[in-house]
Design a protein around this ligand. Structure first.
Ligand code: 13P
Ligand code: 13P
Ligand code: MG
Ligand code: MG
Ligand code: MG
Ligand code: MG
Length: 372
């Protein structure tokens, strides 16, 4: 069995929160090369979207492995040291704890891991996003694996006709549930339509009984108890041969749907599919970006990446994202551009409420005196 792990963190931005400095990427690449040389990894590539570094790694140690997580944690300490030396913004931003003990859960860095038996041809797309949260993958995953208007294979391919099962996490209560689709797709949508709380963690083929997709599903604010930047999630999707075709996996991003994130992680804005060279959110720290890195994996070797959104067929999505951005921006501090209050609970509202509590006067009617 091979495991594909993407482990990611923001260890410092250049300039502000817009990009990763080339020296940090070089440090990440050097670390990955050394780990492949030492035999910890089969292969490893570093990539970035916005101010987040992703370590894209193949190995044979399975998900949640101490050795892999420790390696990533230590490498992010190294890139943080470079960021500090260069005075980059938010050095070590996503490393929330000093007490690392072998597993990244609750530590800040995000990770998506998928263990599988390699097929004779193994096409995989790694999606990396910046300025948004893990629920941002809910809509495209639904379209890829449950919507026949997106994925022709659900109708045409006999290996896909039996549908896919979606594993969903409740991030507020730390619970999970599995929905078999298509028959439970309405139940599924009831939950994943609320992406701030319910997040698709993985998808499996019911016919082939193999894993097809995995996402990073933490919420930094829930870990830290305050706003510490957005999660900027990653996702792995396997393609073809009874799974959605590459073009079906990319198709949902032809619509720049609205996500939570952008400036201060507190605004709805359209997600813009871009080539790596344009994955540097600048306007109002947005619009949120997504890149799609295609790999053919052969005996664990990562052949690629191919920069899949470097394609004029996504120009219209980018144009539409700019139009929607203009429209939303004109709302300034008003909803629905700004997030609803319950999603701002870890920002200013909390302290403001405490400070102003004595100034709020009750308008309840005085109690009617009870007759003696
Ligand atoms: P090709 O004929 O280019 O291989 O395309 C096959 C296919 O199924 C595309 O979705
Ligand atoms: P990042 O999570 O990408 O660092 O964004 C933080 C932010 O506040 C952007 O305005
Ligand atoms: Mg940042
Ligand atoms: Mg970021
Ligand atoms: Mg972030
Ligand atoms: Mg062909």
């Amino acid at each position: 069995m091979t495991t594909l792990s993407i482990i990611k963190a923001d260890t410092g931005g250049f300039v502000g929160h817009s990009a990763v400095h080339p020296e940090l990427l070089r440090a990440a690449e050097d670390g990955l090369r050394a780990a492949a040389g030492d035999g910890l990894l089969l292969d490893g590539k570093a990539a970035s979207c916005g101010d987040d570094i992703s370590l894209i790694m193949t190995h044979e140690r399975g998900p949640d492995d101490d050795g892999i997580h420790t390696f990533a944690w230590n490498l992010f300490q190294e890139t943080t040291a470079v960021a500090k030396r260069l005075g980059l913004y938010g050095a070590g931003q996503d490393l929330l704890s000093d007490a690392f003990s072998g597993n990244l859960r609750g530590m800040g860095p995000g990770y998506a891991e998928l263990e599988y038996t390699e097929r004779p041809s193994e096409p995989v797309i790694c999606f990396l996003a910046d300025k948004t949260e893990p629920g941002a993958w809910n809509l495209p995953l639904y379209k890829m694996f449950a919507d026949p208007f997106n994925t022709a294979g659900l109708v045409i391919d006999s290996k896909m006709h039996g549908g896919f099962s979606f594993e969903v996490y409740d991030l507020h209560e730390e619970k999970m549930i599995v929905f078999d689709c298509p028959e439970r797709s309405y139940d599924l949508l009831m939950y994943i339509g609320a992406p701030a709380r319910y997040v698709v963690h993985s998808v499996r083929s019911r016919t082939l009984d193999v894993p097809c997709a995995a996402t990073s599903t933490q919420r930094l604010s829930l870990i830290a108890g305050k706003y510490v930047g957005k999660d900027d999630p990653v996702m792995i999707v396997r393609c073809q041969s009874g799974l959605p075709a590459v073009g079906e996996v990319l198709e949902p991003f032809a619509f720049p749907y609205s996500v939570a994130g952008c400036m201060r992680g507190s605004h709805h804005a359209p997600i813009m599919p871009v080539a790596l060279g344009q994955a540097h959110p600048a306007r109002f720290d947005g619009p949120p970006r997504v890149v799609a890195l295609g790999f053919q994996i052969r005996e664990g070797n990562l052949l690629g990446p191919r920069d899949m959104f470097d394609d004029p067929s996504f120009d219209r999505a980018r144009e539409q994202a700019n139009v929607v951005m203009d429209y939303l921006r004109r709302h300034g501090p008003f909803e629905p551009h700004r997030l609803p209050l319950e999603d701002l609970e870890y920002t200013t509202m909390h302290t403001l409420e405490e400070r102003l509590a004595p100034q709020w006067t009750s308008m309840a009617r005085p109690a009617v005196p009870t007759p003696r």
